[in-house]
Design a protein around this ligand. Structure first.
Ligand code: ATP
Ligand code: MG
Length: 585
């Protein structure tokens, strides 16, 4: 890449980082056992560190969560209140006879009860699995059955629409606890009213003394490349959540933090619930779906200081146009990060122009439990790169040999599979009921991520594509991200998704699906212009041969473009597992 595009951190930028972290120094002295030792004395229950530590200390009256919704005034829950509510919930589980390690599923929008149920389950030593409230009956039942759910916490309306008729297909489910969406009481046969149980329960309880290796959360992957897998996480992961909350997000107790992810995917729990609480921050939780005007006004009115969002959201803000943000001011905002998909260089720079700060891409997966590679606040950004491994994380690019062995590639700028040396605390411990698949993820001491990437001479990692999405055309290996980013540099393009289309001559040809920004109309002339633009940027071998316009691209509920679906539709093949498709339920 051209070095003039590096975004250099100025002294002013670094002043915004309260504990300036000397990246290289920190990496060389960092050790997981040392960080773990800070936690060991009080045990490894996530709820102890996230809630109890603050509730019994100076932060007792500080707002932990501020819940926003369109039709109701904001509701603030302090650390002290969160402790009482989660104790009540833990006692409800106790009364229902739910034991350590048993599974509690939560199916709800971003309402306070969801957060209380997650933390209360952890406190009790039960395992919790949050599901997207927009899932249809089938994906709900599949997940509850795979996880052998004993309790389901949901709302009266969701129950009626998505669970009641299917309940006999979930034989392990013993208790359904309902929250009334109108805030009143519920009286649905075969269910219990959570508000009544909570009112009857004591607000004091002893936190379960879970060990580091005891299961805490069951999280399903996004289903971008196929059927979602259930990743098993443990309480000891709290150590990673703490360290990465500091290194990658720079969280400090005086921050007002907004993570836009839903707890239905892992970012919404690791960084939407756990990490911010560990650092004693105030988190903003918005119940509503994306709305550009609303989002800018939340950033402004709530005086958000640290913002963690996703490329899909940033692209939607870009698509909504440049006039809206000009109506708002964001003087408090000091750090923005993004995860979930590759962040196009265009989006990094857009942040700088429109919000006054570049956007810091970071990379991780449901399986890793926490951020692994990041553009941290403390070093320069190379737009388009996902950054460098955090302290405590060893990442490598692996070469697969014909005899089945895998070895790290030492030289820079060579493509291969991204791998992580096992041993960081938040690593998943299993794919539930799928040992074979889990085993396949490892080669000796390395966890193989299924993503292709390269590392440059400065140690920055560059995402190439998922192993499944890479296009083989006339002897070239083409990563969809590079092509999509080039298309996005054209002013008309809001989003692009690129696939390989089988071709008898070259193997596969590159086909791009494009959605346009507000104010642009699809036309033959624009198609030709985009083809020309891509050819100029990428060269004929890599540029798309075909471009089709779509109003929007199919994506998962966690916001990822589903290239496999674009491909299946293009080829008239079965669509496969679409349980996580946005708008699909
Ligand atoms: P499934 O495993 O079910 O196909 P998924 O991999 O999308 O779904 P997640 O665990 O939610 O499920 O997503 C992790 C994946 O998202 C990564 O493996 C990577 O492909 C992609 N990803 C996340 N962050 C980034 C990033 N900053 N840059 C590029 N890709 C990213
Ligand atoms: Mg995956």
């Amino acid at each position: 890449m051209d070095s003039s595009s590096i975004i250099r951190k100025t002294a002013g930028d670094l002043r915004r980082v309260p504990n300036f972290v000397d990246y290289a120094g920190e990496r060389s002295t960092f050790s997981w056992p040392a960080v773990r030792a800070q936690f060991a004395e009080t045990g490894f229950n996530i709820a102890t560190h996230a809630v109890e530590r603050h509730a019994s200390g100076a932060l007792r009256d500080k707002v932990a969560f501020r819940f926003l919704s369109r039709d109701k005034p904001a509701r603030d829950v302090s650390y002290g209140e969160l402790s009482q509510l989660t104790s009540r919930f833990a006692n409800v589980l106790e009364t229902l006879g739910i034991g350590r390690g048993e599974r509690v599923f939560v199916l709800a929008g971003r309402i306070p009860e969801l957060y209380v149920a997650v933390l209360g389950s952890l406190k009790h030593g039960a395992v919790v699995s949050p599901l997207f409230s927009a899932f249809g009956p089938e994906p709900i039942a599949t997940r509850v059955n795979l996880g052998e759910g004993r309790v389901l916490v949901t709302t009266d309306m969701l129950y009626e629409r998505k669970v009641a008729k299917w309940r006999d297909r979930m034989p392990t489910l013993q208790h359904v606890l309902l929250v009334a969406e109108d805030g009143g009481r519920t009286d649905v046969p075969g269910t219990l009213d959570l508000a009544v149980l909570m009112a009857e329960a004591s607000d004091q309880c002893t936190v379960a003394a879970t060990g580091q290796e005891e299961m805490s959360l069951l999280h399903f992957t996004s289903g971008t490349t196929g059927t979602p897998k259930g990743a098993v996480h443990v309480h000891g992961a709290v150590v990673t959540h703490f360290a990465t909350g500091r290194y990658a997000l720079d969280l400090h107790a005086d921050d007002t933090y907004w993570c836009t992810a839903d707890p239905g995917w892992v970012t919404g729990t690791s960084y939407g619930i756990i990490a911010p609480l560990l650092h004693g921050v105030t988190s903003i939780i918005d119940r509503e779906e994306f709305d550009a005007e609303r989002w800018y006004s939340i950033l402004q009115d709530e005086a958000v200081t640290v913002w963690y969002t996703a490329p899909t959201a940033i692209r939607m803000l870009m698509k909504a146009g440049a006039e809206i943000p000009h109506k708002y001011r964001f003087p408090q905002l000091r750090f923005i990060a993004s995860v979930g998909e590759p962040l196009n260089p265009e989006a990094v720079r857009w942040g700088k122009e429109v919000l006054g700060l570049p956007i810091h891409d970071n990379w991780w997966q449901t399986e890793t439990g926490g951020i692994m590679i990041a553009n941290t606040p403390a070093f320069d950004i190379k737009p388009g790169s996902m950054g460098r491994p955090l302290p405590g994380i060893d990442a490598a690019i692996m070469r697969h040999h014909e005899d089945g062995t895998v070895t790290p590639i030492e030289e820079p700028d060579v493509e291969g599979e991204l791998a992580l040396k096992r041993g960081w605390p938040s690593m998943f411990r299993a794919y539930l009921n799928n040992e074979e698949r889990y085993r396949k993820c490892f080669a000796g001491e390395w966890y193989l991520t299924g993503d292709l990437a390269k590392r440059d001479a400065d140690g920055y990692f560059w995402f190439v594509g998922r192993a499944d999405d890479v296009i083989k055309s006339a002897g070239h290996l083409i990563g969809p991200f590079e092509v999509e980013s080039a298309l996005m540099e054209h002013p008309a393009v809001a989003e692009a998704g690129v696939i390989g289309k089988p071709d008898p001559v070259v193997g596969e040809v590159v086909k791009a699906f494009v959605s346009l920004k507000k104010g642009f109309e699809e036309s033959e002339a624009l198609r030709m212009e985009l083809l020309g633009h891509a050819r100029k940027k990428l060269g004929a071998a890599v540029a798309p041969k075909e471009i089709a316009f779509l109003p929007s691209l199919p994506r998962t509920r966690s916001g990822k473009i589903m290239r496999r679906l674009l491909k299946a539709r293009e080829l008239g093949l079965p669509e496969g597992d679409t349980s996580t498709l946005e708008g699909g339920a």
